[in-house]
Unconditional design. Structure first.
Length: 353
């Protein structure tokens, strides 16, 4: 993992230079139009479903290749890829396995993938998506007049989703997400690809988008390029562990403050800070023998936490297990979120609350 205080990269202007493909057969290069990069981590079954859909694209098999980047290589994943590769070899579709053993995380895995790719255009998706048969064709059309494009992500939800499922469905409204994105390989090379300090699946795609915009690249929508992204089952209380991702908000803000304010615009989580302040006042007043102040602070803490819990329950499941999860996690999320935001601010040396 790179040190948190590594010097930030400056974006370079987009030019017309094309990448070189030394050692690659010229005849094949004439046909290979786009490479699909799929990062994966210990999810061989889901990966198999993803690859099945990618192999069913309505392009000629020699028009594209699939590069699977195994972020934490394991035998089951390798066997899945090799089995699919053998099945598709006869029809001319290349599926390649790239183990990622250095810096890990989705950003680093995608870098390994596009750098290993041999096509001039790159398509990114996740190992748990199902691509529409016309996905790649629509992406190619979008890149005919742009350096990058964002496709449409469909996240199926039930009538009463859980809080986690509803939160995950926000991916469907993302402006630019690497679960469904297309970028010219030369453009990726010129901006340096993904910043590998984003070691979790959070904000690394926004960072790429902002780097593209700052470099003057044209980024368009490709709404005909569709992938379905089902929400994976999650363990009870998963939202507590997810707060760790808040640290990457600080890194994104440091690198792109203007675009962060314009495109994300998220200010400090005021309700979280209200919870923190009320608890600090409660503890201080108890220490100083001020029972009335302590009672008022306790009431404020309970009111803020209840409001937060009710907001999370609105429009979600109401079974006992889910309600209990919302109550328990609502007690701790404000503190964890603030901790990781401040930890990120300290690590990346930026004023970010």
């Amino acid at each position: 993992m790179r040190p948190a205080d590594v010097e930030l990269r400056e974006p370079r202007p987009i030019g017309a230079e094309e990448p070189r493909f030394d050692g690659y057969a010229g005849a094949l290069l004439e046909h290979l139009r786009i490479a699909v990069v799929v990062p994966t981590y210990h999810r061989a079954t889901l990966l198999g479903q993803c690859l099945t859909a990618l192999c069913a694209q309505d392009l000629s098999p020699d028009d594209y290749e699939i590069v699977v980047c195994d972020d934490g290589p394991d035998d089951e994943t390798r066997a899945t890829v090799e089995r699919m590769a053998a099945m598709q070899a006869a029809r001319g579709l290349a599926i390649r396995y790239v183990p990622v053993r250095a810096t890990q995380g989705p950003a680093a895995a995608r870098n390994a993938g596009w750098r290993a790719a041999r096509a001039p255009l790159i398509a990114f998706t996740d190992d748990d998506t199902i691509a529409d048969p016309g996905w790649l064709r629509a992406g190619l059309a979008a890149l005919a007049h742009a350096q990058a494009a964002a496709g449409r992500i469909v996240v199926p939800l039930g009538v009463a989703p859980s809080d986690y499922e509803r939160d995950a469905s926000g991916l469907a409204h993302a402006e630019f997400a690497t679960a469904n994105a297309f970028v010219q390989r030369a453009t990726l090379s010129q901006i340096g690809g993904f910043d590998e300090r984003f070691t979790a699946a959070w904000r690394e795609d926004s960072d790429l988008q902002f780097a593209l915009l700052q470099a003057g690249a044209s980024v368009v929508r490709a709404d005909d390029a569709v992938v379905v992204h089902p929400v994976r089952p999650a363990r009870w209380g998963v939202s507590l562990a997810q707060q760790r991702k808040s640290r990457f908000e600080a890194l994104l803000f440091r690198k792109h403050p203007a675009l962060y304010r314009e495109r994300i615009g998220a200010g400090p989580p005021l309700l979280y800070y209200a919870v923190l302040i009320s608890v600090l006042v409660l503890l201080a007043s108890l220490a100083w023998g001020q029972p009335r102040v302590a009672l008022a602070a306790f009431a404020a803490w309970i009111a803020c936490t209840a409001a937060f819990c009710v907001r999370r329950l609105r429009g979600t499941r109401r079974d006992a297990l889910h309600v209990a999860e919302m109550i328990w996690t609502s007690l701790w999320i404000p503190f964890l979120s603030i901790f990781w935001r401040l930890q990120g601010a300290a690590s990346y040396r930026v004023w970010f609350l």
